[in-house]
Design a protein around this ligand. Structure first.
Ligand code: PLP
Length: 303
């Protein structure tokens, strides 16, 4: 195995004549001495550049999926660059709160939101709850009292499209544990129920087909399948989720966030979708901005 190609490392990685590697001008050996190993090193310049790219490509409402890297500083950085924050557990909501993110910029996900998590989301006044099941809608109905502003919700739909990715990372197939299936009619029923409920303000439809998706074609397929529902339900927002792949090893190549957004938006337009199109990239924001440093301990020569 040769050295890691520079194209897989953070953009501001450089190697001096002495063979020492720096990221953003920081010497990696010095960082290892200062902080110990293993050590995650992120390029702030690259994190910010990717957030800006996402905001420029999708506009207001594009969210950073915090599960990709959830620390107070990271969440704050994404917010500073204009992103909303997607949280999938009470723990991630806690991080967003610790970063003092305004509630309206938080999007709450999860296929098993507990009463406690939903109550916390309502107390924070989150911008969006992405409802995932009929059970969850019942919980929301019980938690929202008269006089309380109803939370804005998106209904998560499983389009029944297989993304070209590892089967454990596919979330858009009809038997997925996430969301409401389009094929069974549950999606339509959920949209009708959310639309009629006084405890919810239906604003949109959401889909997330999986992670490490390298082909924009998978997104094209999902949008085509979902378009009739998005158009007929006349919602104002359509979120295509996250999942854009990131090259980790030699030979892998991924579309940029801009290329992904251009395809998604043009397919939506062609399909007659007038709703605002948003997305939730996670990995594509952070993965290539980081390296992990280790100290070589034992060496064995194996013939
Ligand atoms: C994981 C996830 C994302 C982000 O996925 P990436 O592959 O990190 O881009 C976005 N939305 C939802 C609902 C997710 O579960």
């Amino acid at each position: 195995m040769g050295p890691i190609p520079i194209s897989l490392l953070p953009q501001n990685t450089a190697m001096g004549e002495d063979g020492r590697v720096t990221i953003g001008g920081c010497d990696l050996v010095e960082l290892a001495h200062e902080h110990g190993t293993p050590l995650f090193v992120y390029s702030e310049a690259q994190l910010r550049a990717r957030c800006r790219e996402a905001v420029a490509a999708f506009g207001d409402g594009v969210a950073y999926a915090t599960k990709a890297f959830s620390t107070v500083e990271m969440v704050r950085l994404a917010y500073e660059e204009g992103m909303s924050l997607d949280v999938a557990t009470g723990g991630e909501l806690y991080v967003a709160q610790a970063a003092e993110i305004p509630g309206e910029r938080i999007v709450v996900h999860g296929n098993n939101k507990s009463v406690g998590e939903l109550r916390a989301a309502l107390e924070v006044g989150v911008g969006r709850i992405v409802v995932d099941s009929f059970d969850e809608m019942d919980r929301i109905e019980k938690l929202v009292f008269a006089g309380m502003p109803p939370p804005a919700v998106l209904v998560r739909v499983t389009p029944g499209v297989e993304a070209h990715t590892h089967e454990y990372l596919r979330t858009g197939v009809a038997d997925s544990k996430f969301g409401f299936s389009l094929a069974s009619g549950d999606a339509e029923r959920a949209i009708a129920q959310a639309g009629a409920s006084e405890a919810m303000e239906l604003v949109g439809i959401h889909a997330h087909i999986g992670s490490q998706v390298f082909s924009v074609d998978s997104f094209r397929k999902a949008i085509k399948v979902l378009a009739p529902l998005v158009v007929s339900s006349e919602v104002e927002e359509f979120s295509i989720g996250g999942g854009l792949g990131v090259a980790y090893v030699t030979g892998e190549e991924a579309p940029t966030i801009t290329e992904w957004a251009d395809t998604v938006k043009s397919v939506c337009a062609k399909q007659g979708i007038e709703a605002r199109v948003v997305a939730e990239p996670g990995r594509a924001i952070v993965a290539q901005a980081a390296v992990t440093l280790y100290t070589v301990g034992t060496i064995k020569e194996i013939p």
